[in-house]
Design a protein around this ligand. Structure first.
Ligand SMILES: [Zn+2]
Length: 274
């Protein structure tokens, strides 16, 4: 069974949790950690001979084009994370169209490869933004990996299909790879990565992925480059954000290496057969 490994390529200050204290106008003034962190991830992936999908922020790609080219040259899939990390439900359909078209073109010009995958900032394809799928189809995207079938304060479609499926919309079809969950006591429990991967003990994650694979279902894991970086500048944020963003940053490399040792991984497009 081959699972999908994805990295949302953005810096620590792009996190939605910081949007009130470090807005887009301040991004260029923040000390960047992206080159260090992505290089470290590329090293780890290379050591385990694993290729992944990098969902790259257009804004970020313009600032570190060589890093994106380097990841593509190493055989990783480059996909789109949109341009400016703006939640879809804060954009109009026209703004979103420009955002995803611009990013696709920018990344394709940079790497020379077709970009066919998309992941929304903070999984912001929710019930009220399903129109975004029509725009993705129109813009030429073949798959989306933004729907989290869980209950969460900022994202999620709790009743959504949990496994890879085709979604038919008025503009055509798109393949959806929802973020991985396991069912426990009637609830969908997220195991897909990010904070969930940092919070939960490794044995639980391992058992959860194994249970999906036993049912012939690939898992999809996501991580952010800043999640392996305990040395990032610490922001003055509230208690909940502090826990969500900074907990177990020093354990993430270890967990990633365990995952890469215990399971098989490939880029999303390869798992989908695109
Ligand atoms: Zn993101």
């Amino acid at each position: 069974m081959i699972n999908a490994l994805s990295i949302d390529l953005e810096d620590y200050y792009h996190a939605i949790a910081f949007e009130k204290i470090i807005g887009p106008a301040k991004w260029d003034n923040c000390p960047s950690r992206i080159v260090r962190n992505v290089n470290r991830l590329l090293e780890i992936l290379n050591k385990h001979k694993v290729k992944a999908t990098f969902f790259v922020l257009g804004w970020q790609a313009q600032r570190v084009p060589d890093l994106i080219k380097q990841a593509a040259a190493a055989g990783h899939e480059i996909a789109s994370h949109g341009y400016g990390h703006k939640l879809i439900y804060t954009q109009t359909p026209d703004e979103f169209k420009t955002d995803v078209e611009t990013t696709k073109k920018l990344l394709e010009q940079l790497t020379g490869n077709i970009v066919c995958g998309y992941r929304a900032p903070a999984f912001s394809i929710v019930d009220k933004t399903l129109w975004a799928l029509d725009i993705l189809i129109q813009a030429g995207y073949l798959y989306d990996s933004s729907i989290f079938p869980i209950i969460h304060d900022r994202y999620g479609i709790p009743g959504a299909e949990r496994f890879i499926h085709q979604i038919s919309r008025k503009n055509g079809k798109i393949t959806e790879f929802p973020l991985s969950t396991v069912k426990f006591a009637g609830n969908n429990i997220p195991i897909a990565g990010g904070g969930y991967l940092r919070f939960m003990p490794y044995w639980f994650i391992k058992r959860a992925i194994a249970s999906l694979n036993k049912r012939q279902k690939p898992a999809i894991i996501y991580i952010h480059p800043w999640e392996i970086d305990p040395g990032q500048p610490i922001q003055a944020v509230g208690k909940l954000t502090k826990i969500r963003h900074y907990h177990n940053l020093d354990k993430m490399e270890y967990k990633l290496e365990r995952l890469l040792t215990d399971f098989n991984f490939a880029p999303v497009s390869k798992v989908l057969g695109i």
